[in-house]
Ligand binder design. Structure first.
Ligand code: DC
Length: 255
């Protein structure tokens, strides 16, 4: 990792001079990336985290894993008791694979591909609108972010999960660009889906995600909006890294 904290002891011992070229005064921050589906949030968040040496958490993957479990167990979404019981059976965690990519595990089994299918996409908005589900996921997400140095993407990260996040981004893109991106992603997983059902799914999810009673998707007033329609992934990553570094470099000395 090329960014390290300089301690108070080193400053007092006059050691910062020799270190100054390599070591900078950095503080750990929390980066929240919110926005509609398929705007490039996860790709950007992953890259930013890798550059900064931060942990990356895809909160959407957690709602997808819950949806997969509910589908497999035929949980009745209209029955709060059943939902709460099923939530109690779920353990979600992330592991970094040999290629350095973070993968989602549900009860100890890798479900990274299973949670990205259209079958899960079609129900995830209904599942993630349930109060019991949100309470359980937000609690886990806050635990993951306790020590900062994290990039988390989702719908309510800057508004509900980490309202105190130092950097909040809100990503947007036009619907056709988003649909093409999602189609490409599905193709990479050998799922060939026409554009129409993808657009239909995105529009429906946007509508449910932004109008639900519990933590609806909305831009935090202080979030920086980034339209990714005509921007490359490198450009959008650079922009977030630039904003993050400006905040991380605010002088703070740590012991
Ligand atoms: O980012 P994604 O498309 O993988 O997210 C899947 C769904 O999960 C999305 O339609 C809404 C829900 N979600 C949520 O409600 N809150 C989050 N923080 C992240 C995702």
């Amino acid at each position: 990792m090329f960014f390290q904290q300089v301690s108070q002891k080193e400053v007092e011992a006059g050691e910062t001079h020799s270190l100054s070229a390599k070591r900078l005064l950095m503080r750990k921050i929390t980066i929240a990336i919110d926005g509609f589906s398929a705007c490039g949030k996860s790709t950007t968040a992953k890259r930013v985290a890798a550059i900064l040496g931060y942990r990356y958490i895809d909160s959407g993957a957690m709602y997808r894993a819950v949806t997969l479990h509910f589908q497999r167990q035929h949980v009745a979404l209209t029955n709060p008791k059943e939902v709460t019981r099923a939530l109690g059976e779920i353990k979600i965690n992330f592991q970094v694979n040999a290629k350095g990519a973070s993968e989602t595990y549900l009860n100890g089994l890798r479900v990274e591909s299973e949670i990205r299918t259209m079958q899960v996409s079609e129900q995830v908005s209904q599942v993630s609108a349930l109060r019991e589900v949100r309470v359980a996921m937000v609690e886990q997400q806050r635990k993951m972010g306790r020590d900062k140095a994290i990039v988390m993407d989702g719908r309510d990260i800057g508004t509900v999960v980490f309202p105190e996040a130092e950097l909040k981004m809100f990503l947007t893109a036009d619907i056709l660009t988003r649909a093409f991106r999602r189609q490409k992603e599905l193709l990479e997983k050998d799922e060939l889906v026409e554009l129409d059902p993808i657009i239909e799914n995105l529009v429906k999810r946007d509508q449910i995600d932004s109008t639900r009673a519990e933590s609806p998707l909305r831009k935090a007033p202080e979030a920086v909006e980034l339209d990714t329609t005509h921007v490359t992934i490198e450009e959008q990553t650079d922009e977030v890294v630039r904003l993050a570094l400006a905040l991380m470099l605010k002088p703070t000395l740590r012991n």
